[in-house]
Design a protein around this ligand. Structure first.
Ligand SMILES: [Ca+2]
Ligand SMILES: [Ca+2]
Ligand SMILES: [Ca+2]
Length: 408
């Protein structure tokens, strides 16, 4: 009895020593780099934060305006960070902006001032520079707390605020370099320690998994799909060498520390050549990438959050299909056994017919081979496939009606 305990301890110590090598803690220095353009900023931040101009109750006569403006308009400059959370006082705290047109040919306002000091005078130093981006305007950089943001016009009075850039560096792992980065996507001027929920709206971790030096993906659609390189800030991330690392980002975004997780790995089997298994554990949401039916995860107990099946497209890119489970599923990952999760292709369509006084309704559901719900199917262009059609025919085969399904 005593003998076996000694053996167990020895094995533990050996594992511990193997795990504490030079690769076990990585500090990566990051530098600030501007986004290639507002579109890249919007994609990688998952659309950025909303911003809106409101006209309610403001009188232009109360403000001192620069001379010679075309079609001036004073409006509240409302964003999550200018309005704060106190509903009672938010309008009195919200800066007022001045919009004007640069010439009579432009349809929309393309000049902007923000009365930051709230003295009701719009001065030259409060003017925000503007650039045309196709048919819409991009204002900025707007500075706040030493950070810079762009205001990208979506339509008329609706805008998106995005950071002007992100922090990027290279992590060296097993003799290879991987680009890694951070985005202050919730625009609070700091890189947050993760909240662990892995929801969009958090800051972003960028990780170039395939080594093409670009970051592909978006934190809103299929963010945890097998190939996404844009992740709402995780506490634990799997690096391309297959190991899991605890993520700690400096608040100023200038560095990132990755510390290897020391738990032994256990295998989870999913019958699919490429997939991502997302688990909820004590580190929040964890993504484990699977190849040839197997993935390895730090041992422990988890709730299965979802599985995304991925298939490479012969013309480049990949198809992905996230699968969710109706009832909460828990797994215990152990080193001495392989846990199997039954899900994956082939997918089946099930047709449901509803009847009421108005007539019939038809709905299609996509289920996987085990009856789990396939939440979505994404093409290599990150779009949904064309909706299927329903043909209603008479018993003689004559087409009575053709209906097109729509998503939602
Ligand atoms: Ca002012
Ligand atoms: Ca932040
Ligand atoms: Ca990449």
């Amino acid at each position: 009895m005593g003998r076996s305990i000694v053996c167990l301890c020895a094995a533990w110590l050996m594992f511990g020593r193997a795990a504490v090598g030079q690769q076990d803690s990585l500090k990566v220095s990051l530098r600030y780099q501007a986004f290639a353009g507002p579109e890249e900023a919007k994609t990688l931040t998952g659309g950025g934060e909303w911003a809106q101009f409101y006209e309610s109750g403001l009188k232009i006569g109360d403000y001192t305006l620069p001379d010679g403006l075309l079609d001036p308009k004073v409006v509240y400059f409302a964003t999550r960070w200018t309005m704060g959370t106190n509903r009672e006082t938010r309008w009195t705290n919200t800066p007022v902006a001045l919009l004007a047109k640069s010439n009579s040919d432009v349809k929309k306002h393309d000049r902007l001032w923000i009365d930051w000091n709230r003295d009701k005078v719009f001065t030259d130093d409060e003017q925000v520079s503007a650039k045309q981006n196709g048919k819409s305007s991009v204002f900025g950089p707007i500075r706040r707390n030493e950070k810079s943001y762009l205001l990208v016009e979506d339509s008329g009075m609706y805008f998106t605020i995005v950071p002007t850039g992100y922090y990027v560096g290279e992590a060296s792992l097993n003799g290879r370099k991987y680009r890694i980065g951070l985005i202050d996507s919730n625009l609070d001027g700091a890189i947050a320690a993760h909240t662990g929920s892995g929801e969009s709206g958090e800051d972003i971790l960028l990780l170039d998994l395939n080594g093409d030096r670009r970051f592909t993906g978006s934190p809103t659609d299929s963010s945890w799909s097998a190939e996404s390189e844009v992740l709402p800030m995780p506490r634990l991330v799997q690096m391309p060498n297959g190991r899991f690392y605890h993520v700690r980002a400096a608040r100023d975004g200038r560095s990132l520390t990755l510390t290897a997780d020391t738990r032994p790995l256990g295998a989870v089997k999913i019958d699919s050549s490429r997939f991502a298994l997302t688990l909820l554990g004590e580190e929040g949401r964890v993504r484990a990438l699977g190849r040839n039916g197997i993935t390895n995860v730090p041992s422990g107990r988890y709730q299965v959050d979802g599985v995304t099946i991925t298939t490479l497209d012969p013309n480049g890119g990949y198809w992905s299909a996230p699968i969710s489970f109706e009832k909460p599923r828990y797994i215990t990952v152990r080193t001495d056994r392989t846990f199997a999760i039954d899900c994956g292709a082939p997918f089946r369509l099930t047709l449901e017919i509803g009847r009421d006084t108005e007539g019939c309704s038809f709905s299609l559901q996509v289920k996987d081979r085990s009856g789990n719900t396939v939440d979505d199917v994404n093409t290599p262009k990150h779009e949904r496939p064309v909706e299927p059609k329903l043909r209603i025919a008479s018993s003689s085969g004559r087409t009575v009606k053709v209906l097109k399904f729509h998503y939602g």
